[in-house]
Design a protein around this ligand. Structure first.
Ligand code: SF4
Length: 388
């Protein structure tokens, strides 16, 4: 975990949580659960000499079980859940005159930046928690109830393409919605690779396996969260349904795909025009916000109704926790892996995920309902830039 690529004398090390996770597994006192983010599955193989973009989801599930995790879940499941909440939030704001544009909030680097440098937009943030956080909460509430295991005896570990996710797990009181810390440790793709190597597992030759049920099944919409434009595309697939009560014939939105810094489009939802923008990398995100602020402060028509922002170039596939040395070529290969995973999926819209349908029927009630609000939403506030 030496960040030698950035610190010339090796004085700065990344926060390494692998020892703590090993301890939890070896102590064997608690039910140790794990979840993997969308972008991890198209990059982890690189740490074992595989091609960037190789989809190694099934091997990861197997590796996690061999490492000793008691339950293996998938953050993509919670990405589908995020879309139901965030898509409903967008439709509600859009149809009832709520604060617009709605700005996605699943990138913690971005929300931290906004709270410090653009706090006049906190009302615009989607209150829906990020998929990582939703899965943590649902594991220690819904899954605890279904499995009969006390949440106090559970440990949740997340594997993320991202170093900021380590901060997100304690960013506000809502990260303790289950009555416990919802996620105990967040490790990066690189840290997981290290653990697999420490265990002497021959990753390349592992058989595939499935993840555990209740918090595992996912659609193509959940997987595309890993690339810039993916959250927007997933949200549009379900927003179309929520507005029209009909499903799209063509679920792919080419206008939000690709590496352009800011992509914008006007989407026609049966005569209703929705103006969207997608930005990745901080400078581009800031430029979009400046454009919105200028129009808003002059009382002019807003340029956008819905904005997706990701701090990393290319989105999470290019995240700071991924195998080092990403170039645009490697980003393109990982992106291709993500879209291939989506294309191969039988179900491509979050609202079709049977486990998500079931969790609302059995446990949560309606999207944006009382219980969903309590467990799956968060708040934002102005934060000081510097504190003594
Ligand atoms: Fe983390 Fe980067 Fe993804 Fe933001 S875009 S959630 S910082 S990996």
């Amino acid at each position: 975990g030496q960040c030698s690529a950035h610190c010339p004398v090796g004085a700065i090390y990344e926060k390494d949580d692998t020892k703590a996770v090993w301890n939890e597994i070896k102590e064997n006192k608690k039910h140790v659960m794990v979840q993997i983010a969308p972008a991890v599955r198209v990059a982890l193989g690189e740490a074992f000499g595989m091609e960037p973009g190789a989809i190694v989801t099934g091997k990861i599930y197997t590796a996690l079980r061999r490492l000793g995790f008691d339950a293996v879940f998938d953050t993509n499941w919670a990405a589908d859940l995020t879309i139901l909440e965030e898509g409903s939030e967008f439709v509600k704001r859009f149809t009832t005159g709520g604060t617009l544009p709605l700005i996605t909030s699943c990138c913690p680097s971005w929300t931290d930046y906004m709270e410090k440098f653009a706090p006049d937009f906190t009302e615009n943030f989607s209150s829906a928690k990020s998929p990582q956080c939703m899965l943590g909460t649902m594991a220690k509430t819904y899954y605890a109830e279904k499995s009969g295991i006390d949440a106090a005896d559970m440990i949740m570990v997340s594997v993320m393409p991202c170093t900021s996710k380590k901060y997100e797990i304690t960013r506000s009181d809502e990260m303790f919605a289950s009555g416990h810390q919802d996620i105990d440790y967040s490790i990066t793709t690189r840290e997981l690779a290290r653990m697999i190597k420490q265990a002497g597992i021959d990753f390349v030759n592992l058989p595939d396996s499935d993840c555990d049920s209740l918090l595992g099944e996912y659609t193509g919409a959940g997987t595309i969260f890993g690339v810039t434009g993916g959250v927007m595309e997933a949200a549009l697939r379900s927003a179309y349904y929520l507005i029209t009560k009909e499903d799209l014939e063509q679920v792919e939105f080419q206008a939000v795909r690709g590496m352009e810094g800011v992509k914008s489009a006007e989407i026609d939802i049966k005569g209703t025009k929705v103006r969207i923008a997608v930005a990745h990398q901080m400078g581009n995100c800031q430029a979009v916000i400046d454009q919105v602020r200028e129009a808003r402060d002059k009382g002019e028509e807003l340029p956008y109704h819905f904005i997706e922002v990701m701090a990393c170039r290319g989105g999470c596939i290019g995240g700071g926790g991924q195998p080092h040395g990403a170039t645009d070529e490697i980003r393109a290969q990982r992106t291709k892996g993500i879209y291939t995973d989506d294309e191969k999926s039988v179900l491509r819209c979050s609202h079709h995920n049977p486990e998500i349908i079931r969790v609302y029927e059995d446990y949560l009630g309606e999207p944006l309902g009382h219980k969903a609000h309590e467990l799956l939403h968060t708040t934002y506030k102005k934060r000081p830039i510097y504190q003594k």
